[in-house]
Design a protein. Structure first.
Lengths: 517, 291
């Protein structure tokens, strides 16, 4: 998951200076625009795109809409958000399918952009949706690229076609053609053609790529590009646009701390949509790209939608409903707590998920210090309890607690604090389940003004998105109101599942309580 | 098609061509050019500030003169560090690190071939046990360069143990130089960076490490700085290798990296051929950059 940490932090700082003001002067806006310009340049956004972007923001910020707005500073944030979404491409675009299978997808890009790995990720993703992809090895240049694709294909459980051994031997155009024919024969409905990495300035290699494109007439040509690329993104993207006329872009290595300038540049320069983002080394670290969500992430408004989707993928709905009932009827036990925690761990790295919560950009550092092993400790403590104790924590007396502490290798204090947190959490969740606003104990009412680590707890109640800070609240509501409108399909499950989802988030909060204190 | 002979001169050809007087536009164009070459806002400001001061002091009014000053300023900054490789230990152990896809394995192939011309006995260690077919890729390069290779004994073996075995064999069989490939890792992955520290510790049990080379991709933007800082912390980098300089990117960000970390650029990669690796000369680099 991209964090866009630094870009977010810069922009958030910039906006903080604005927030205090009731009325904005032209000088304020100029200063802000200058800061935005610098933040974007530091994030490697192409200069032309930066110029265009800042000009638009400036023009709109000086216009009527800001002056008439109740909170001009908020309005500026909103304008930046709108413009970011605009540059990132507005609506999400899906992969174009051929009318008559197979759908042919060709991958192209610089050396080391991550094409071969991406081929595997794409294949896995397609397979999960019930397609039968065939991977075709047309990178006959780099030593053992063919072998690598073979291994990746096996990991993804996809078919693999490589008539040539590679390492400089064989004609990639012919292989591509044969690959498509093979797919037609054997009824694969997707063909993914991996090509050799090439530089934009290498005329001969670009011609080869163009020849492959001509030979197989792909339904999608995906330009694979490293999110860490600098200003050269423009020259490279233009070279590939002229060379192979790609139809979409895939951003890779978004899990680094690159500030994602490439995402803005490429879309701004070529006008081609970003289809996918690749966010890790595992074959499953791959997701469709949502411009609106990315904009929120850049502005540190959080990406609650993706978080909820990920949660929904992992959490067993039936299980969640049962837990919800238990909570409502006051029967929530440590066993359920443990089960939920294990499910949550299955959802992937907590840090990753927390990074998607609103306002988390500021806490990036504390987030980095957060030790996921804390969760393991909590698990150990619960597992050291007897079934009876888990059912009814009230029977936990001093000697039982001592035994549990010894059994789990923790101290009695740890056990005490776990029990205490469990009770608080159970109480809080009951309130949420009944539709109330949770009063989270031990927390100041003002997000962003908390003390020390406790701050981190606040964003978690954003399931209902209520911030104590009026400025922030307006911002969140603006963000949330805009989001479900165009990509709310992730919610799809309707009100039935809304309760568990809220609890999932509450659970997250509760567990983090300890690790982050 | 991107221009092959890219340089700042081409980017703002208009600025440096005619014998014009320096105006505000000149400075704007200069800023644009430096930013477009990935120097980053900080270095750009600092270089421009320096140039402005000098231009004032020497009463420079001609744009042409400014160009020479810019080249000298950049060359001076680049030359502030010593680019020589220190390979005097026997065996000289070289650890090659970097993020994914910057060209570590390719660089090792080219580097081994280059060292071979000095009549050295060289061994490479395939400690990238993570990525699919990375070992085979290195083996192909070792074959081309005509050097020996230590492979992992089983799939997914601990990279530190491969590194250990490589150095062990280098010591035992009297190799002059041992080059160790590592898996690409993003600098934000704490666990993987720790693994690198471990590789380093394990090697040092047998022989001191002569050089830890961080490979940087010339197309990288300002993120290169974050990469360098993280790798210095975890792997004790001693020098930089800049790859893919044959493309349209010229890697202006290395100036920021050099300046902030004090690490010299030691090697430059300019193509996929086995001979496409050279030492770093500030003069040539500045020339290419400014034109």
């Amino acid at each position: 998951m991209a964090t866009f940490g630094n870009l977010s932090a810069r922009l958030t700082d910039t906006f903080k200076n604005l927030r205090a003001k009731g009325k904005l002067s032209a000088a304020d806006i100029d200063g802000t625009v200058r800061e935005i310009r610098r933040a974007l340049l530091e994030a490697d956004v192409a200069l032309d795109v930066v110029k265009e972007f800042t000009a638009k923001v400036r023009e709109r910020a000086l216009g009527d809409e800001v002056n008439r707005a109740l909170n001009p500073a908020q309005q500026v944030v909103q304008i930046v958000n709108d413009e970011l979404i605009g540059i990132l491409g507005g609506e999400q675009r899906r992969l174009e399918f051929a009318k008559k299978p197979p759908t042919v997808v060709m991958l192209a890009g610089l050396q080391g952009a991550g094409k071969t790995t991406l081929a595997g990720k794409l294949a896995k993703w397609l397979r999960e949706q019930g397609h039968t992809p065939l991977l075709v090895a047309c990178d006959l240049q780099r030593p053992n690229a063919v072998t690598q694709l073979g291994v990746v294909a096996e990991q993804a459980g996809a078919a693999f076609f490589a008539p040539e051994p590679g390492n400089g031997v064989g004609d990639p155009v012919k292989v591509a053609k044969l690959g498509v024919a093979e797919a037609k024969n054997k009824q694969y409905d997707f063909v993914i053609v991996d090509t050799a990495g090439r530089l934009g300035v290498d005329a001969e290699m670009m011609r080869q790529a163009a020849d492959i494109r001509k030979a197989i007439e792909p339904d999608e040509v995906l330009f694979v590009i490293d999110a860490m690329i600098g200003q050269d993104a423009v020259a490279t993207a233009q070279a590939f646009q002229q060379g192979v006329d790609f139809t979409g872009v895939v951003l890779t290595k978004l899990d680094g701390d690159a500030r994602g300038g490439a995402a803005l540049s490429i879309r701004g320069v070529t006008g081609k949509p970003i289809l996918f983002a690749s966010t890790g080394e595992g074959l499953g670290d791959f997701e469709p790209f949502h411009p609106d969500r990315m904009a929120s992430r850049i502005l540190d408004l959080g990406d609650v939608l993706t978080l909820i989707e990920q949660a929904q993928q992992t959490f067993d709905e039936e299980e969640a409903r049962k837990v919800a009932e238990k909570i409502a009827s006051d029967q929530f036990t440590l066993d359920d707590f443990l089960g939920q925690m294990q499910q949550l761990r299955g959802a992937g790295s907590l840090k990753k998920m927390m990074g998607m919560l609103p306002g988390m950009g500021k806490m990036k550092e504390q987030l980095d210090n957060f030790d996921e092993r804390e969760i393991l400790h909590t698990e150990a403590i619960i597992q050291a309890m007897t079934p009876a104790e888990r059912q009814n924590p009230k029977i936990l007396n001093g000697s039982r607690r001592l035994r549990i502490a010894k059994g789990s290798g923790m101290t009695v204090t740890d056990v005490n604090s776990l029990v205490q947190r469990f009770e608080q959490a159970a109480k809080m969740m009951k309130t949420v389940a009944r539709g109330g606003v949770p009063q989270i104990p031990g927390m100041g009412p003002m997000p962003g003004m908390g003390h020390g680590g406790k701050r981190k707890q606040q964003p978690k109640k954003k399931a209902g998105s209520r911030s104590g800070n009026p400025a922030k609240r307006a911002q969140e509501q603006a963000g949330l109101a805009a989001k479900p409108a165009d990509s709310g399909s992730g919610f799809g499950l309707g009100s039935a599942s809304a309760t568990p989802t809220e609890q999932d988030l509450a659970k997250l909060q509760q567990m983090l309580g300890k690790g982050l204190r | 098609m991107a221009e092959r002979s890219w340089s700042i001169a081409n980017v703002f050809r208009g600025v440096f061509s005619a014998s014009e007087k320096i105006t505000d536009d000149t400075w704007d164009d200069l800023e644009t050019a430096l930013i477009t070459a990935d120097f980053g806002p900080d270095i750009t400001d600092s270089v421009l500030g320096q140039l402005r001061a000098e231009a004032d002091r020497h009463r420079v009014t001609e744009v042409k003169e400014l160009r020479r000053m810019l080249r000298e300023a950049i060359e001076e900054r680049l030359a502030a560090f010593d680019p020589t490789l220190k390979l005097s230990e026997r065996p000289a152990v070289i650890l090659v690190v970097g993020v994914n896809g910057v060209g570590k394995t390719t660089t090792i192939g080219k580097f081994a071939n280059y060292l071979k011309t000095f009549d050295k006995r060289i061994i490479v260690g395939a400690a990238d046990t993570f990525r699919a077919a990375a070992v085979e890729q290195l083996a192909t390069w070792a074959d081309r360069a005509g050097v020996d290779i230590v492979r992992p004994q089983q799939q997914g073996q601990d990279p530190a143990s491969v590194a250990f075995q490589t150095v062990e064999r280098a010591v035992r069989e009297g190799y002059d130089i041992a080059i160790i490939d590592t898996a690409g890792r993003l600098q934000t992955k704490g666990g993987l960076m720790d693994e690198l520290s471990k590789v380093r510790r394990v090697i040092e049990k047998q022989a001191p490490i002569s050089e830890v080379l961080l490979v940087l991709d010339a197309t990288t933007g300002q993120n290169g700085l974050a990469q360098a800082e993280a790798f210095i912390e975890h792997a004790g980098v001693t020098g930089l290798v800049l790859t893919k300089l044959d493309g349209s990117a010229k890697g202006g960000f290395v100036l920021a990296v050099q300046q902030n970390t004090g690490l010299p650029i030691k090697l430059v990669g300019q193509g996929e051929g086995i001979g496409d690796l050279t030492g770093f000369t500030p003069h040539v680099f500045a020339q290419q950059l400014i034109g």
